[in-house]
Design a protein around this ligand. Structure first.
Ligand SMILES: C[S@@+](CC[C@H](N)C(=O)[O-])C[C@H]1O[C@@H](n2cnc3c(N)ncnc32)[C@H](O)[C@@H]1O
Ligand code: SF4
Length: 378
């Protein structure tokens, strides 16, 4: 049987850089789009990895704001993928789209190219919070873009939301969730606002101009958020991800299940089952490398069996399915069991253990990162 696998394409262009965002994205560089498309298609066509035993079943075009790019450019990328890999088994093909930055005719073009899932960056439905987050879309544009996506034939739509934003009350967050749930998206990602180094938000907090919500409040909201999502039939299959039955994001599941994936574009990172690599996180360097027939890869590391196990522990604890015990290599089984016994005492009430898996209770998920560290083998 072929190894399930995915392809990630990174499109770094954005209309503005949001104050909280640490993804590699650049504003005011639209003039570089045609050059970038030439580079990424060259990168794809030059890729000579043997993926003949991979069953590529997902493609994810993320960013940045890929919905800023015209359909014909996306078509060029797809043609390069088709020329280079067997993508005939792709079932889920996602594109990230920003409200107000994905006009209906462009959404129609994307749909006709075979893209079948839209991931919308809603973030909030409170105008003052959208402003605080330096988002340029309005609340009305969220509903308009959602309607447009549905009307041009997207049967699989995700909405990204952010909570625990400074100035957000529980009532605002609960109302936002309920308004989004009323739309009946197939999938909702609800992230707590993370303070990322190097962002404007980080500087504002450091300069004491903004105060982040306390950890205790974030933990309480996390638990209540999960309760609300589940009461409306959105299963929390991962710490920040909720889906209607059978609508889990298969591409993200590849990451969390440590499946291999190819990755193209600046800052994109790939994995072949043994090695992880990163492309350059600079558009200019990425373009220069490709245009001078050089590799855009800026970092590559080979994972040991122990590294892979520790990744499996870290990602496994994020998922409802937990860590698949049958995947723990024989030589680490004793060490892992020892760590588990100690952790179960320290983190009482945080584990769910079955014959086949170890997963976390909701309370356990609040402390997931620290619990993961305690379970990892050294
Ligand atoms: C690759 S990003 C952006 C996609 C798209 N450009 C947008 O902004 O809607 C995917 C998602 O990550 C989330 N995100 C980005 N930075 C975050 C942060 N610092 N804390 C929490 N969530 C974040 C947002 O919900 C965003 O929609
Ligand atoms: S959140 Fe989205 S729109 Fe904002 S800078 Fe990041 S990638 Fe661009």
């Amino acid at each position: 049987m072929k190894t399930p696998a995915g392809i990630y394409i990174h499109i770094p262009f954005c209309a503005v850089k949001c104050m909280y965002c640490d993804f590699y994205s650049i504003a005011e560089r639209e003039d570089s789009i045609p050059r970038f498309i030439n580079a990424i298609t060259t990168e794809i066509e030059r890729c000579n990895m043997d993926v003949s035993d991979w069953g590529i079943d997902t493609i994810f075009i993320g960013g940045g704001t890929p919905s800023l790019i015209d359909g014909h450019f996306i078509e060029s990328i797809l043609t390069s993928l088709q020329n280079s890999f067997d993508i005939s088994s792709v079932k889920e093909f996602t594109m990230e789209a920003n409200p107000g930055e994905s006009p209906k005719d462009r959404l129609m073009d994307f749909r006709s190219l075979g893209i079948n899932r839209i991931s919308m960056g809603v973030q909030s439905l409170e105008p003052t919070l959208l402003k605080f987050l330096t988002r340029i879309h309005s609340v009305e544009q969220v509903f308009e873009t959602y309607e447009n996506a549905r009307s041009v034939g997207f049967h699989n739509v995700n909405c990204d939301l952010i909570y625990s934003i400074p100035g957000q009350t529980w009532d605002i967050w609960e109302r936002d969730m309920e308004r989004i749930i009323e739309l009946e998206p197939n999938h909702i990602s609800a992230y707590t606002l993370t303070l990322e180094k190097g962002t404007d938000l980080f500087k504002l907090v450091k300069d004491k101009k903004v105060t982040m919500p306390e950890d205790g409040q974030t933990a309480e909201w996390f638990l209540k958020t999960h309760e609300i999502m589940e009461s409306y039939g959105y299963s929390s299959y991962e710490i920040s991800n909720f889906s209607k039955p059978k609508m889990e994001c298969q591409h993200n599941l590849h990451y969390w299940r440590i499946h291999p994936y190819l990755a193209f574009g600046p800052s994109a990172h790939g994995f072949d089952g043994q090695n992880r690599w990163n492309n350059s996180r600079s558009m200019d360097h990425y373009l220069q490398q490709i245009e001078s027939n050089k590799s855009p890869v800026s970092m590559k590391e080979t994972l040991t069996q122990k590294d892979l196990l520790n990744e499996m522990i870290g990602f496994g604890l994020r998922m409802k399915d937990g860590i698949n015990l049958s995947k723990i290599p024989e030589k680490f089984k004793n060490k892992f069991s020892g760590n588990l016994i100690v952790a179960e005492k320290k983190w009482e009430g945080c584990f769910i253990q079955t014959e086949k898996s170890i997963s976390l209770t909701k309370t356990g998920m609040v402390y997931g990162d620290a619990i993961g560290v305690d379970l990892m083998v050294d």
